[in-house]
Design a protein around this ligand. Sequence first.
Ligand code: UTP
Length: 232
Amino acid sequence: MAPPLVLALGGSLLRPEEAERHAWLSSLAKLLSSCEVPVGIVVGGGAPAREAIELAKPVIDDVASLDEIGIAATRLNAAIVAQVLQNAGLDVCAGIPSDVVSAARGMEAHRVVVMGGTRPGHTTDNVAIRLAIESGAARCLIATNVSHVYTSDPKTDSSAHSIELMTLAELQEIVGPPVHGKAGGSGVIDPVGVQAAIDNQLPLAVLDGREIDIIANALAGKAFTGTRIEVG
Ligand code: UTP
């Protein structure tokens, strides 16, 4: 049997203010129903996480407490995705697992497991990478609202360019050492997760999750538009 698949969905992909969100969720359900191996999905916090953390920040000053608020938002978003998939008739593991060991166990019994964050100190990128390691996936796919990893932040550096293929070591040069500095809002991939991928020799991919066809190609192991990050 082919190994399972693990897909991180950045919380920004669920933004209610974006047009076509309902069509996107329906297309995701259709795509996942055609997958022949179990899929673990890890959903990020997006706007609800950012808003809740900003609301609490003036009165809460420790990062771990703010992280817990972010985690609650990721689990809210995970519940939305899980219910949509379940209502579309997919075999979704009941409940939102709160750790990757339980989630990997769920992937042995169900076609789809949906989870959010687990504990303070990292983001859902790291959760997805840990779930890929735990479940024996060959690669962790990180679907977000940018098309690729860039050499630097294109919003602030006009010389930034996109990367199609790189190593985990090159990615670490861009994201920096494995430090969780603040709750909410990180760079393209959580540096804590990049370190976990290096330690466990797990290839990654970053792709534009707004385009269901790109997710479909990546899940099917076909060529896709995005950045492939190999072990080295
Ligand atoms: P996200 O995974 O959405 O992270 O978790 P992010 O980098 O802020 O957002 P994206 O990647 O752009 O979508 C939101 C916040 O929740 C906390 C962190 O503070 C994180 O920034 N969190 C999340 C945890 O502490 N642990 C987790 O397992 C997940």
